[in-house]
Design a protein around this ligand. Structure first.
Ligand code: SDX
Length: 388
């Protein structure tokens, strides 16, 4: 049955399931969403069209898109009582800690009225999550800097609305530049889905028990937070700032190769891609566009990143292990240039990944499915008797 986890001892740590949503060829560096290459989607679609594609399998027609956009944009506000929920967090809480909490709390606001065995209700859950994730993300940021929450606007694009909620204040609206709004939209597209990665597999496993979609997405956010996964974009920026200058790069390369040193080059390597991550190529183009628009094309961090990339593509250690830049390598530089604080980077990854998570959840629960139950290889004590 779709979504049923099978355990393949040959691969020790993987479970696999069927899906029609995303295809990856790691050796060739190919990523397709419902058959369309990621670079074509990033160049020719906006984020809501890609959300629709992931959920429904086809690019929306103009009327379908208009209807979907109206539904999504007219549900971007969150229940006023959720505003109170934020007050329980310390101001210096990591925004991912807040997101795990408030997205899980959506269960208490929207789940009771939803019957996930009903396709229409599953659709509503998918729409509500896509609508509200950017609002909650911007609220987590505003809460951390002590500014009032900014309400969404229905006349802006999805990416533009997010930047408005992040950077407007009651005293002064943030003027959304079309280039930055488009770049935000493109970045969300590049994060939208990625097959059975750790966080998506977490969402599927949680969903396989019949848990409600809001709790399942909260579990995906928790899994994404780790530095080996979605937390890598934040770790890339921290690494680039720690390197500080091109003259220090060789020391860090040495450390990355040292088995006794836990340091790894953040933003490099991938469990599946043993070729260039196709998203990194598009992200690099977006990075160049944003930095040019902001007049910081010679950002020192970008120079360090470009030098690291060149080394990784030439140094035998990285070449033998097929360690290429991944989706997280350039995203942090763009976010920093846009004025987004480092601790918000993984939150933006979670916002972008929401349609992928919810499409996988929907695909699984829309047909016959069984609870996921990965088996273990027991390596503990053999049975023995207790004699006190
Ligand atoms: C994401 O699954 C997905 O699709 C995830 C994702 C998505 O969209 O959902 O694509 C998003 O999570 C991208 C990955 C972001 N993480 C990072 O950039 C963190 C740095 N990367 C590494 O931690 C690592 O490359 C992983 C976690 C990404 C992959 O780990 P694997 O598949 O377990 O690879 P590995 O650790 O077995 O590495 C193989 C070899 C090892 O050397 P040897 O033991 O063979 O001598 O490569 C080395 C590793 O030591 N290696 C690195 C390295 N990554 C792997 N050495 C230095 N720097 C690195 N970054």
């Amino acid at each position: 049955a779709k979504g049923y986890f099978t355990y393949d001892p040959g691969f020790m740590s993987t479970a696999s399931c069927e899906s029609e949503i995303t295809y990856i060829d790691g050796d060739k560096g190919i990523l397709l969403h419902r058959g369309y290459p990621i670079d074509q989607l990033a160049e020719q679609c906006d984020y809501l069209e890609v959300c629709y594609l992931l959920l429904h399998g086809e690019i929306p027609t103009a009327p379908e898109k208009a209807k979907f956009q109206k539904i999504v944009m007219h549900h971007t506000m969150v229940h006023e009582q959720l505003h109170e929920f934020f007050q329980a967090f310390r101001r210096d809480s990591h925004p991912m800690a807040i997101m795990v909490g408030v997205v899980g709390a959506l269960s208490a606001f929207y789940h009771d009225s939803l019957d996930i065995s009903d396709e229409r209700h599953r659709e509503v859950a998918a729409h509500r999550l896509i609508s509200k994730m950017p609002t909650l993300a911007a609220m987590a940021y505003k809460y951390s800097i002590g500014q009032p929450f900014i309400y969404p606007r229905n006349d802006l694009s999805y990416g533009g609305n997010f930047l408005h909620m992040m950077f407007s204040t009651p005293c002064e609206p943030y003027v959304v530049s079309p280039t930055l709004a488009r770049a935000m939209d493109k970045i969300f597209i590049l994060h939208a889905d990625h097959e059975q990665n750790a966080s998506t597999s977490t969402v599927r496993l949680a969903g396989s028990s019949g848990a409600n979609p809001f709790a399942c997405i909260a579990s995906g956010i928790a899994a994404l937070w780790g530095p080996a996964h979605g937390g890598a974009n934040e770790a890339v920026l921290t690494m680039l700032e720690e390197i500080g200058d091109e003259s220090n790069i060789d020391d860090f390369i040495k450390r990355a190769k040292d088995k006794d040193d836990p340091f790894r080059l953040m933003g490099f390597g991938h469990r599946v891609y043993k070729n260039y991550d196709p998203r990194a190529t598009v992200m690099k183009q977006a990075c160049d566009e944003v930095l040019a628009e902001l007049g910081i094309a010679d950002d020192p961090l970008l120079k360090i990143a470009a030098r690291l990339e060149q080394i990784a593509l030439e140094d035998p250690y990285f070449v033998e292990r097929k360690l290429y830049p991944n989706v997280d390598f350039y995203s942090g530089i763009i976010f920093k240039a846009m004025g987004i604080p480092t601790e918000m980077f993984t939150v933006l990854f979670a916002v972008g990944r929401t349609p992928g998570w919810i499409a996988h959840w929907k695909e699984m629960v829309s047909g016959p499915y069984r609870i996921g139950r990965p088996r273990q290889l027991y390596t503990g004590k053999v049975a023995r008797n207790l004699k006190k």
